[in-house]
Design a protein around this ligand. Sequence first.
Ligand SMILES: [Zn+2]
Length: 257
Amino acid sequence: MWLNYTFYSEKEPKKKNQLILFIMKDAHVHITRLPHFLKTATILNSKGYSAVSSACAAWEWPALESLIPVFKDLTLAFGVHPAEIGPNIKADLETWRLYIENHPKSWVGEAGIDKRFSGYAPGEAQEIIFSAQAKVALEYKRPLVIHCVGDYLRVFKILSSLGFPAQDSPIHFHRFQPKLTLLDLIIDWDCFISLHSDSFRSKDMGTFLAQMPKNRIGIETDADESFAKPDTPPEAVAAKLLLELEKTKALLEKYSK
Ligand SMILES: [Zn+2]
């Protein structure tokens, strides 16, 4: 199973709705954007931390590769974020595809649409670049990590037009903001959602968690360059990140009762 964050302990019998959070898996992070990222990564690995780390701009893809020897358990995700669509996008996408090809276990993303950045309107750049990446996810049978600030239903519509849902290319909505209007689609499409501490501001969270299959839910930090000041020592960055993950895990446990 591609998207299994093993929040259930495989060693213990699964009781319905029993959530056993036993590992520190960060379902979405940008390790390459953290201060002193290689040193920070080494410390995180030594603490048993594992993650899906997204690199969403051309400069970041080789940096993500450099993390491979550092981590025991790291899933690489290569993508172009809607905020990172620049004048070289055509060449960037060609390069990006090579990273996807060269790393057969890598995921696609984060990719998506975001109303805060230019090119958001239907048919504009964000939709084109998102669709291009979603098609490659289908072609190479990879999970697709989706970033959406704005219209989730539009994302479903775009994906549907491309041939999703597809069993070999599961959809992962990251930093998901639960809304009851999306619940049926999320369940029917067998989507995976990862929750950031700010996801719990949603008034629909309790109901959402009661309905969602527990193995479709993860927690994330989405930590990037804004997570800690550039001069923060790596030990402090790693400690802050683990604390953030613990806090989110506690929120998930609280809302899952
Ligand atoms: Zn992110």
